[in-house]
Every structure is written in structure tokens, then in C-alpha cells.
Design a protein around this ligand. Structure first.
Ligand code: ZN
Length: 394
């Protein structure tokens, strides 16, 4: 993507040409993945490389003939499907005649190795953890899960130069000082406690800098840098230590996009930008400081903010966040609201804002408690919560 901004915008406009129509929400299941993989043409070379704890198949898909090996894996956390959606959109994109110049460039420079949906058992239940209740991304050292053993052994066999570690993060991460959701976050995970930078990590930082420059105009002030504390049990940190330049991408929140159907597009563009940066060696010529200009993530956003409520004679704001629990066999979630803050919250962000002036409150307003109140105007209910559950359409 040489004139990358122009081209990224262009590709975004044509997303309908290569979107995977079977994937329409976050509740992607293994059966759908299997079906989509069966439809791929033979230049996507497929190998069954293992099974999950509950015996769901894990497929490695290899594409391209170039000398640079790149490993991409998604959904180690079962309830983080955006990376999987983006990978399938990428499979379609690579077959799309309209984008042949890009796919040919990638094909001759790189060999891509994909392991989509590393945790299909978690995806089935829509839980972060595996069927063994283990967080696979904290299982690098012990490898108590078959999924972690497999992921680790694939990297050891292929020894790719680059890796893309594809996750979703809480929608409650925001970009520092903006009150905006961190729609995308990036990190070149550290390989030691001291957060040192060697050539491996530096190359990951340079690629991220390139991705950031291309995506930032499309998502101004909505891209953050993920917390870079060293986690000695995590895959990204250990893969970086093993010499694979590892790029972490996190999908966060975006207004009115709970099912991540818009975010998946930017997520796809991030992966594509990163791949092209590597294929064309663009990252080598980048300024290493760009990475450090990406603003940090922080938590200055709520799912719902109500301003100017008069409660017991005082005017204040209340900030609410929901927690999600899977329901209907992992096909949906139930959102349960908690009052997370009370006071002067006027400088903070929110996915939904309600002006509370003149509203009557009935019920409880209590910190860290499930929302259990009603707001009304002249007897008409504006908003209502019972034990955390919204009783009205928000
Ligand atoms: Zn994750």
C-alpha cells in the first residue's frame, strides 16, 4: 500500500467485495470455521495439526510462496472473535481480482501461516478460557492445554520472522486524555522485565509504527498502545523472546458496534498494512519513534454516563459499566450494569450519554452496586434498571 492512506480508504470502501457474509456477530463457532475452510481453494494449503480439549479440529492454513514466514493466530480467548473474522475476510481479499496487485506482492514475498480460532471450545461457550477453564495465554510455560502445546510447537517448527497475536480487549479501555474508546490497540510485547528493546522487538515496533500511520487517519484518537508490562507466562512475550517479531493487535470498542462488524474492517486493514510493510520492507525505513507517539490506553470511559442528576440535593454524574455473561449456549450475552463512579465525571467519555437534568430518581444509587433505579420525567420512564438489568431500551 504505497499511497497507503488513499489505498486504505479505497479498500475500506470496497469491503463488501470480500467480507465473509457468514460471519455477522461475535458468536462465531467452530462449525462455521470448518465450513468456511472447506470452501477455500487449493492454494490455501490446509493441514489438520491438532485438536482442542473437546476434540474440535485445529487447522493450519498456509498461503504464499515467499521467503518471509509470518504466523497469524486468533481467538486464544474464546470470546474474542474479531481476529478470526478479519482472517476470513483476508482469505477472501487474497482471492479478489480487484486487489491482485497486493496479493501478488504478498504471495511472492511471504508465506503466511494461519491458525484461526485457537480456542474453539471457549468460542462454543463464548468464554475467555478453554474447556479446562485455563487461560491459554497464561499457559506457555506449563502447557497444560493441548491448544497451548500446539501453538508453541507450530512456532518452533516454522520459526517465522514475524507473528500476529490477534485479540479483543475490554471495551472499557480508552485512549488517554480523549475519552474515546481504544478501538484498536497495539503492542510489541516485551521479552523481559526490564522492557528492553532488541532487534526482534524493534522490528515489531517498526511494523506497528507503520500500521499506526496508516490507520490513524481513519480512526483519529481511537488507537492506543496496550500496557507493556512483562507477563512471563504469555505467548506474545515468550515468542518475542524466542526471536519472532511479535505484533499484538487488540480490538476494543466503537460506538454502536457491539458486534464488532465495523471494527473488524479496521482490524483487517491493520493486519494487511502490517503484512505489506513486511513484504515491501517498508518498516525498515520507518522512524522508530513513531511507536512511542501512540497514546497509552487508560480507563476513562463508561458504557453509560448520566450527567446533572439531582440526588439527595446534590447535582452529580453517575457512570455505569456493564459486565457480560454468556447466555443461550454461548450465542448471546446478558449485560449487567454496575454503578462504577459517582461525582464530577464531566471530563470522561461514554458510549451513551444521558442528560439527567430535571429527571426524578427512584430506587438506589450506590457505588459498585448493580444498577437498581428508575429515571423518569413527568411520570414517563426514561431509563430503568432492576438488579443491574436494563428494563428499557438503551
Ligand atoms: Zn485475549
Amino acid at each position: 500500500m504505497r499511497n497507503h492512506n488513499m489505498q486504505a480508504v479505497d479498500i475500506l470502501k470496497q469491503y463488501g467485495q470480500f467480507i465473509t457474509p457468514e460471519l455477522t456477530n461475535r458468536f462465531v463457532k467452530h462449525a462455521t470455521v470448518v465450513k468456511l475452510l472447506e470452501q477455500l481453494p487449493t492454494n490455501f494449503r490446509q493441514t489438520k495439526v491438532g485438536e482442542s480439549h473437546q476434540k474440535r479440529s485445529l487447522q493450519l492454513i498456509q498461503w504464499g510462496r515467499g521467503p518471509i514466514d509470518i504466523f497469524l493466530w486468533s481467538q486464544m480467548h474464546g470470546d474474542e472473535a474479531t481476529g478470526t473474522m478479519a482472517i476470513f475476510d483476508l482469505f477472501n481479499f487474497l482471492q479478489c481480482p480487484a486487489f491482485q496487485d497486493i496479493s501478488q506482492e504478498l504471495e511472492k514475498s511471504c508465506t503466511l501461516h494461519f491458525l484461526p480460532m485457537v480456542n474453539p471450545d471457549g468460542a462454543e461457550m463464548f468464554t475467555r478460557r478453554s474447556a479446562q477453564k485455563i487461560d491459554i495465554n497464561r499457559d506457555y510455560l506449563q502447557t497444560a492445554t493441548p491448544e497451548a502445546r500446539l501453538l508453541k510447537s507450530i512456532r518452533e517448527q516454522i520459526k517465522p520472522a514475524f507473528g500476529f497475536n490477534l485479540h479483543d480487549q475490554s471495551t472499557l479501555w480508552s485512549v488517554k486524555k480523549t475519552g474515546n474508546p481504544a478501538t484498536l490497540s497495539f503492542l510489541a510485547p516485551p521479552y523481559n522485565e526490564a522492557l528492553d528493546i532488541n532487534v526482534t522487538r524493534k522490528n515489531a515496533m517498526l511494523v506497528i509504527g507503520d500500521i499506526f500511520e496508516q490507520l490513524n487517519p481513519l480512526l483519529p484518537q481511537q488507537i492506543g498502545l496496550f500496557d507493556d508490562e512483562y507477563e512471563h507466562r504469555a505467548f506474545g512475550d515468550n515468542f518475542q523472546a524466542a526471536g519472532m517479531s511479535t505484533i499484538l493487535i487488540e480490538a476494543g470498542g466503537l460506538h454502536l458496534d457491539e458486534e464488532k462488524q465495523e471494527i473488524r474492517k479496521y482490524y483487517f486493514l491493520s493486519i494487511l498494512s502490517g503484512l505489506m510493510s513486511i513484504a515491501k520492507n517498508n518498516y525498515h525505513h520507518k522512524n522508530p519513534d513513531v511507536y512511542h507517539t501512540i497514546p497509552a490506553n487508560n480507563k476513562e470511559i463508561f458504557h453509560l454516563l448520566v450527567h446533572n442528576l439531582v440526588f439527595e440535593g446534590t447535582t452529580l454524574s453517575i457512570g455505569l459499566c456493564y459486565e457480560e455473561e454468556p447466555v443461550q449456549n454461548g450465542e448471546a450475552v446478558c449485560q449487567s450494569y454496575i454503578i462504577q463512579d459517582i461525582g464530577d465525571l464531566r471530563h470522561l467519555g461514554a458510549y451513551r450519554v444521558l442528560e439527567g437534568e430535571g429527571l426524578q430518581i427512584t430506587g438506589e444509587i450506590d457505588i459498585y452496586k448493580p444498577a437498581n433505579f428508575q429515571l423518569s420525567r413527568d411520570g414517563e420512564i426514561i431509563m430503568s434498571f432492576k438488579n443491574g438489568i436494563s428494563q428499557s431500551k438503551l
